[in-house]
Design a protein around this ligand. Structure first.
Ligand SMILES: Cc1ncc(COP(=O)(O)O)c(C=O)c1O
Length: 380
């Protein structure tokens, strides 16, 4: 199977498995695990922050960051389509006790900054919650993984800081952004007060995420991690993989993300040439018509097919390819470690064949209902 459902399906590299086998361990709730401590120091150094914390997942990274930044009854500002708003069971409300003011997003993942200015609450008005955090998602998933630039991040940070509010970046795919923009992680992290990033996505580790920020912030996040049951013991066994991922040497998995980006572009170009593959609409590509391969700038490709989506996906699966349903009737493919350019060519062929099958006229007497392709489908 060529599995492009997500970059979370990656398996650890052999260097990671070896490091995990050999990892020096201790009880991390006591602060005694030397491998976790080394990973936290490395993450902080790489992103140019004072301290870092190893946590179980990207959702936990965002949750403990909110616990550290926000008081009960405060409000965060975040993009309407982002993971923290849509995909974390409203942890901001359930656990943190905060609300979220949702920002409309542009197809490059950005916001209107005049609107941002208007979105901070008036602390003098007792009817209103107090704005306590601004959250950006970089890369921005629903815009087909667009990387938010350093200049834009600086502008958002400057506005937030004028209001005395910190900026957190949900950088589940932060290194995809830095590689795509040709920046060091430290440069891209510079305007933010905290960054969360996942080891378990494109970096190919089996488990884990990091949060980085000031010592004071990390101390609060560390308390939050214990609160949500995230204190782990000999967890250096998984942190060891993270140290390999973040290393500068040949076993590190940051610089190879460029290969995933090239594969995503190759896939988008191949798909765009297939009759029946069309623009996904929405933030991913608002212009209707042909899929625009230039939208694939990191490791996401989002598209629609003219025809029955479930039948199309079943058809590609029968040819050894897994893709996934995404929002608003779209399909998502995510490139990652272990997927080669030759695999991408197989995926393109499987998509072309599956689409041909679902658009072929029914054989006489087959009784199958064929999907009707309408111009309106292009507009969806
Ligand atoms: C942008 C973003 N943030 C956070 C997460 C959460 O990561 P996890 O699945 O490790 O909880 C994801 C997961 O897909 C994500 O895409």
């Amino acid at each position: 199977m060529i599995d492009l459902r997500s970059d979370t399906v990656t398996h650890p590299t052999s260097a990671m498995r070896k490091a995990m086998y050999e990892a020096e361990l201790g009880d991390d709730v006591w602060g005694d695990d030397p491998t976790v401590n080394a990973l936290q120091e490395r993450a902080a150094e790489l992103l140019g922050k004072e301290a870092a914390l190893f946590v179980a997942s990207g959702s936990m990274a965002n949750l403990v960051s909110q616990l550290a930044h926000l008081g009960r009854g405060q409000e965060a500002i975040a993009g309407a389509s982002t993971h923290i708003v849509e995909d974390e069971q409203a942890g901001h409300a359930v656990v943190v006790g905060a609300s979220i003011h949702q920002m409309a997003e542009n197809p490059d993942g950005t916001w209107d900054l005049d609107e941002l200015e208007q979105s901070f609450r008036d602390p003098a008005d007792p009817h209103q919650p107090i704005t306590g955090l601004v959250v950006l998602e970089n890369t921005h998933a629903h815009s087909m993984g667009q990387p938010l630039t350093l200049e834009y991040t600086r502008r958002v940070a400057a506005i937030a800081h004028t209001h005395g509010v910190p900026l957190h970046v949900d950088g589940a795919r932060f290194f995809d952004a830095s590689v795509a923009l040709g920046l060091t992680p430290r440069q891209l992290a510079e305007p933010s007060d905290s960054v969360a990033f996942c080891l378990s996505k494109g970096l190919a580790c089996p488990i884990g995420s990091m949060v980085v920020g000031s010592k004071e912030f990390i101390h609060r996040a560390w308390r939050g991690r214990k609160l949500v049951g995230g204190g782990m013991r000999q967890v250096g066994i998984v942190a060891a993989a993270g140290l390999v991922a973040l290393s500068d040497g040949p076993d590190g998995t940051i610089s190879r993300l460029a290969e995933d980006h090239a594969n995503a572009r190759r896939l988008a170009e191949g798909l765009a040439a297939i009759p029946g593959v069309v623009s996904p609409g929405g933030l991913a590509q608002p212009t209707p018509g042909r899929l625009d391969p230039s939208r694939a700038t990191t490791n996401f490709v989002i598209f629609k097919v003219l025809g029955d989506r479930a039948a199309f996906l079943a058809g590609v699966q029968s040819r050894g390819v897994l893709l996934t349903e995404y929002t608003r009737g779209t399909i998502r493919a995510v490139t990652h470690y272990g997927v080669t350019a030759a695999d991408i060519d197989r995926v393109i062929a499987a998509c072309a064949e599956s689409l041909r099958d679902i658009s072929a006229p029914a054989a006489p007497g087959a009784g199958a209902t064929q999907p009707t392709v309408t111009a309106a489908a292009l507009e969806r």
